[in-house]
Ligand binder design. Sequence first.
Ligand SMILES: [Zn+2]
Ligand SMILES: [Zn+2]
Length: 302
Amino acid sequence: MRFALTILGVNAATPAFGRFPTSQVLQVHNQFFLIDCGEGAQMRMGDFNIPRHKIRQVFISHLHGDHVFGLPGLLFSFDLNGRQDPLDIFSPPGLQEMILAQLRPGGTLSYPIRFHEIDTTFPTLVFENKAITVESIPLKHGIPTVGYIFREKPRPLNIRSEKIAEHQLSVPQIKAAKAGEDVLLLNGELIENQALTFPPTPLRSYAFLTDTVCDEAVLPHILGVSMLYHDTTFCDDFHENAALTMHSTARQAAVLADKAKVGRLITGHYSARYKDLSIFLEESLPIFPNTVLGQEGVTYLV
Ligand SMILES: [Zn+2]
Ligand SMILES: [Zn+2]
């Protein structure tokens, strides 16, 4: 089953060199989760064939414009398309007021928006369904900001299809085997669970941490995640700016990824000072070899 991240916008603050402000879509099986919504996000959805009508949940990290100014346009387009499905928007406090002030003069929308304000001071389970959980964690930035961690929920064991026919297994017996039990056949033979099943694929997870200073307080939360997208607004050459603006450098993110033993680090939220992004990899790869340059239009399979 698919667990994939598509980056729509990978820049900090302003559009530059063809790069857009922050926005991403995480696909988990047949669900599409929008993470931040910088200016131009819906145009990027068109460019990269994202089925925007399938977005039911939006997760906003904080209220700086480069993370939310794409929302009014997207919400308006949903209305023009006659959307009826409710939309859940999770964010630090203040977003509802900000967005509704722009939408209200245009009349009522064709669909309900449910705003969920997140307490940014402690980790919270903000959303879950059958497939995943989404947890928010506090980040350190100039205004209240959270990161999000998406985790697949544990799945039952897989049943070996040939064994169903071989032992004429009933539906309750299949359910029991998937739950890890041995199965007693009608003829009295006990079949051990291992002979009937094989393990599910390892659970995948994705952590989105921007904008933030690099902070080891997040380590327990991101330990061992499959993929981490971390603020790398600057490189060493502007490390003072990183501290001043409460962002991180590629080196700092790589050190954190190494300590957290994540599967893969994706860089992003690049300052408009950088045209050539290769410096981000040059700085992070020697520290954390599983670093990938975050780029728009690229889909990263988790
Ligand atoms: Zn930003
Ligand atoms: Zn910010």
